[in-house]
Design a protein around this ligand. Structure first.
Ligand code: SF4
Ligand code: F3S
Ligand code: FES
Length: 240
């Protein structure tokens, strides 16, 4: 089949403003992934096209972009999920809400600043068990945060959230998911501190339960549910 990639391009060193550029590819297989098509454009037609990618297997989270209006990982989207027929056009843009550095590459620093602000690490100053083993936890306690351990920090959720588009000081769903992973870990001792951070003006209450984040998550994390659990813990003053 023939596929035209319609790509939003911008090079701040020479362009006054972003523009759309079309690249037509022949002999595309319906089971090709969008990332493969971007590689074909870069390697066969225009080497200046810029985008991030690394693992090509949905693990590193580096190739988040808007594909036909939805935030997706280019390496996880098959052409046949975007349409049928002998000729297809696929529209590709950078993630919204973050400054475009070049083409599909956005400045992730504000995103990671929010991530760092929620203490996304294990806190427990008690000495480890004397037998040298790990800190044990019941399967039920582990289950409470199992879903949020799957986050790969791709930013697809935060950059699909209208609350974040309106106010980039909002910590955003990804940072809340990362906080959730530690807040509900029975071995961690900093839940109270994290809940305090998330209760501030630009924390969880900026979430209006719009659900775009859940729809966008390539790891199928129930993002809105996790945010709801954090809201409830703040309201109750407890993670129990
Ligand atoms: Fe990506 Fe999902 Fe993590 Fe958001 S919650 S950063 S969409 S993996
Ligand atoms: Fe935004 Fe998701 Fe809340 S889209 S408003 S963070 S439910
Ligand atoms: Fe690593 Fe897509 S390239 S997630």
């Amino acid at each position: 089949m023939q596929v035209t990639l319609r790509i939003r391009r911008f090079n701040p060193e020479k362009d006054q403003k972003p523009y759309w550029a079309d690249y037509t590819l022949d002999n595309v297989e319906p089971t090709d992934r969008v990332l493969e098509l971007l590689h074909r454009v870069k390697w066969e037609q225009d080497g200046t096209l810029s985008f991030r990618r690394s693992c090509a297997h949905g693990v590193c989270g580096s190739d988040g972009m808007r594909i036909n209006g939805m935030n997706r990982l280019a390496c996880k989207v098959l052409v046949n999920t975007l349409g049928e027929g002998d000729a297809l056009t696929i529209q590709i843009e950078p993630l919204l809400g973050l400054r475009v550095i070049k083409d599909l590459i956005v400045d992730m620093e504000p995103f990671f600043e929010h991530y760092r602000s929620v203490m996304p690490y294990f806190v427990n100053d008690d000495p480890p068990p004397e037998d040298g083993r790990e800190r044990l936890q019941s399967p039920e306690d582990r289950e409470r945060f199992d879903d949020t351990t799957k986050c790969i920090l791709c930013a697809c959720c935060t950059t699909s959230c209208p609350s974040f588009w309106a106010n980039q000081d909002y910590l955003g769903p990804a940072a809340i998911v990362q906080a959730h992973r530690f807040i509900f870990d029975s071995r961690d001792h900093a839940a109270e501190e994290r809940l305090k951070i998330l209760a501030e003006t630009d924390g969880v209450w900026r979430c209006r339960t719009i659900y775009n984040c859940t729809m966008a998550c390539p790891r199928e994390i129930e993002v809105t549910r996790a945010i709801g659990e954090v809201k409830l813990a703040i309201a109750r003053g407890s993670v129990e």
